[in-house]
Structures are given as structure tokens and as C-alpha cells.
Design a protein around this ligand. Sequence first.
Ligand code: PAF
Length: 268
Amino acid sequence: MRTVHSIAELQQSLSSSSRVFVPTMGALHTGHAELMRVGKTIATDSGQLIVSIFVNPLQFGSTEDFSKYPRTGISDRDLAAGSGVDLMWLPSSDELLASDMLKLKSPEFGDSLEGVHRPGHFDGMLTAVNRLFEIVNPTHAIFGVKDLQQLILIREMALERFPDLEIIAVETVRDDFGLALSSRNKYLSASEIQIAAQINKALNVAALTADPAASFVTNLEKAGIEAGAIDYAEVISMPESCLDLGRQRLVVAVRIGLTRLLDNIALN
Ligand code: PAF
């Protein structure tokens, strides 16, 4: 695996055939390894699997955890190298977030759900992802379904701005108790991890009912998580670009202690 920092170095190392890209903020875990595994199956023959690690300040609000966000450089490198990554890109903020870069504004959907609790988050996320795409010019880019709203917004943005780019969705990876893997799980104590595992259980029960959102709230309450800790539980209809993930999904955000956890499930 080759590690590069500057845009010039990156672009010199890019191959001309398929470039399969996994943008991340580091603190890599088994969920990221799954994105890389899927990426590797696409980047066959002369294709390249490229991973970027950049903790994007534009997508953190002023009260959020940017400076505290886990940074685990050496183990990130080991995980990427062990996953068959060809090129790891560690951009600098100064170079990536150039003052003259295009700043994107998320469509209205980005103001709902996460957007209510993290105003401006998706503008910052889309601005950085657009910039990463412009520089890497990937043929494929891979994102997890756990961050469903992010995935939908990126697919919609790519349709408009990078019509030849295929955005591949990879199902959520869970721990043995069903908790969706996330870099933010590092903030949870052992007892909070047990409580957080109730989220997936409640999603699975809710998905079988006529009113999944209400059922999810009731089931979490039964498991000892009060309704006030649920930032949202909503059924959303998937846009045409995401029908491979089902017609409707229940999306939720739950606060366990100081940590916000996201999850979602397909509804039949
Ligand atoms: O999901 C993430 O890790 C980030 O939001 C992303 C897509 C790398 C953009 O900074």
C-alpha cells in the first residue's frame, strides 16, 4: 500500500482504469473493512482501491466533537493495508479545503432528520465529498447504508455532478449484539454498549408492524430507553436513485449517554 499526502502525489499515483474510492474520516473499524472488501472485488486486474482519511471540519457543528473525534493513524494504516488497499490518501485541510473550492448546499432533504439536529452538516459533508470526487475522479465510490441520509444525498449529488460515477451501497456491519458499527461507538462504555444493542432489536420488531416508527419508540421505552433520548424515528420513502435499498426504510437516531447513534432498516 502506498501512502500519499499531497494532491499532486495522489494524482501521479492514480491509474487510468477503474478507480474504486472509499472516503473515510479514519478511526477505521470492521464496517470500513467491509467497504474495502467490496471495493477490492470491483478493483480487479489493473483497478485501484483508494482510501482517503480526512476528518472534515466542515461537517462538524460548533458544539460537536471535531477535536475529540477519534484519530487512530497507525491501526488505520494496518487495517487498510490488510484489506488490500492500493493507495491511502491523507490530504491536508489547507490543500483539500482550498478557499476557492466549490461549496455545495444540500437539497431540502438534508434539512430533515440529521439536518434538524446538525444544521449545516450535510452542506459540509457534500462540499468535502464533491472536492474528494473532483480530485480522485473515481469510477466507483463506496458508502455504508448505516448513514442512510448521507448515502441518499451523495447519490443524488453524484447523479447531477458525476453521472459516470457509480455509488455503491454496502449493508451495515453489526457487532455480535446487533449494534451497528460506528467510529463513535468508541465513546460508549461497556454498559452503554449493552443498552445501544436494543436499537437494532427494536428496529427489527418495528419493521414487522403497521406503524414502525411508533413501535420503535414503544419498544425502546420497554427496554429502558426513554422517548426523550430518541432524536427521531421516521419512515422515509426512498428516491428512485436508492430503490436498491427498498421502497421505504425506518431511520432512527438515538442518544445513549452523550453519544448519538444512527441506524435504519428496510420495510416490506
Ligand atoms: O461517512 C464519513 O465518514 C464522512 O461523512 C465522509 C463521507 C467521509 C465525508 O467526510
